[in-house]
Design a protein around this ligand. Structure first.
Ligand code: ADP
Length: 366
């Protein structure tokens, strides 16, 4: 069993709080991703679990044992670093065998275990090479292999794909998925890349300035972001935000433009004097201009810029003076300078309290 339990874990560097106390249980065999921008505290959290950083507050348990004061090598964890951290003068075999030799594992067993993992990772032909004679992807595979041979209870990954080019990152991402399916080892993975988080994670922990902003499955954090920060961080291109305020009988209007909306589709705005509306670029469709007069979710828009991405395109629109990014499928999209109609999917609308940043509850869902 390798449940990892963080109980009111926190980290201070002198007077600076890098990680505010939080509770989290990582289930046995779960792939958990810590996601957030640079400096949000995700590496510090991972390093506290690894034992590379002391824990200022709270309790860390791995497999039911308190680990706060346990030596890193005795925690049953193996870590994979962004910069691979391989020994440059040792062969691939020796890099992978190092920890086992230190544990005085018999030579024939080391041969067998390293051989098996090398086979699994496609490294068999490179075992005698030094790291300098390997590509970035192969080096990272060696680093992963070195972690696997130790048969840890928990894998810790610190931005392991960040040094690879875009194409290789996609491939390694898939390999990591397959590896996790095969090994089923509890894994904690740090990244600032939301695509990596969405594709790899069973659950994502999104961190913002040392605070846990939301914990949820990829679908939950995408569909129901708990805060404006999460809403803006998950999804690419980012969600459109418009600040609106009550406009008497009409409904709601923007403070800075003539954008107005008659209905908020069931959000409980209580007595708020301002609301931040969130609309994902993929939740807006292009419709014939003036085709749906009377539909409160249809708007006229001017195309400021149209970017063809390949399978789809991004339209940079002005909607009653508000900038809005829309993602449309296909190559036959309308061009820059044209006027179009758009329709926002009401069920996909998001709304936030601009003061607290928190998502507004729904009183009813349309
Ligand atoms: P992330 O991994 O999300 O980029 P880190 O966990 O590395 O963020 O850092 C979180 C915060 O803690 C940052 O503000 C960083 O400057 C601070 N920090 C990290 N390590 C130290 C340290 N050794 N001394 C002081 N502050 C640190």
């Amino acid at each position: 069993m390798a449940i990892v339990s963080l109980q009111q874990i926190g980290k201070n560097y002198g007077s600076v709080t890098a990680v505010h106390e939080f509770d989290l249980t990582i289930n046995d065999g779960e792939f958990l991703v810590l996601l957030g921008p640079s400096g949000c505290g995700k590496s510090t959290t991972l390093r506290m679990i690894a034992g590379l950083e002391s824990i200022s507050k709270g309790t860390l348990e791995i497999g039911g044992k308190v680990m706060n004061a346990v030596d890193p090598k005795d925690r049953g964890v193996a870590m994979v670093f962004q910069n691979y951290a391989l020994y440059p003068h040792k062969s691939v075999f020796d890099n992978m065998a190092m920890a086992l030799k230190l544990q005085r594992v018999p030579a024939d067993e080391i041969q067998r275990r390293v051989g098996g993992v090398a086979d699994m990772l496609g490294l068999t032909d490179f075992l005698e090479r030094k790291p300098a004679a390997l590509s970035g992807g192969q080096r990272q595979r060696v680093a992963i292999g070195r972690a696997i041979v130790r048969t840890p209870e928990v894998f810790l990954f610190d931005e392991p794909l960040s040094n690879l080019d875009a194409k290789l990152r996609v491939r390694m991402r898939m390999e990591l998925q397959q590896l996790h399916e095969r090994l089923g080892v509890t894994s904690i993975y740090v990244t600032h890349d939301q695509v990596e988080a969405m594709t790899l994670a069973d659950r994502i922990v999104i961190m913002d300035s040392g605070v846990v902003a939301q914990v949820g499955t990829p679908r939950e954090v995408y569909d129901d972001p708990a805060t404006i920060f999460v809403a803006g961080f998950i999804g690419s291109p980012a969600m459109n935000f418009i600040n609106i305020e009550p406009a008497g009988d009409y409904g709601w209007k923007s403070k800075d433009s003539s954008f107005a909306i008659s209905d908020l589709n069931g959000f409980d705005t209580a007595d708020l004097t301002s609301v931040t509306l969130g609309i994902r670029p993929e939740d807006i469709e292009v419709v014939a201009r003036d085709s749906k007069t009377g539909d409160p979710w249809c708007f006229d828009a001017d195309i400021r810029l149209a970017e063809l991405l390949g399978a789809d395109a991004l339209l940079n629109l002005s909607v009653a003076g508000e900038d809005m990014l829309v993602r449309v499928g296909g190559v036959d999209h309308p061009e820059r300078g044209h006027q179009i109609g758009i329709r926002i999917a009401p069920a996909r609308l998001h709304a936030f309290n601009p003061d607290t940043g928190k998502a507004l509850p729904r009183i009813q869902k349309h």
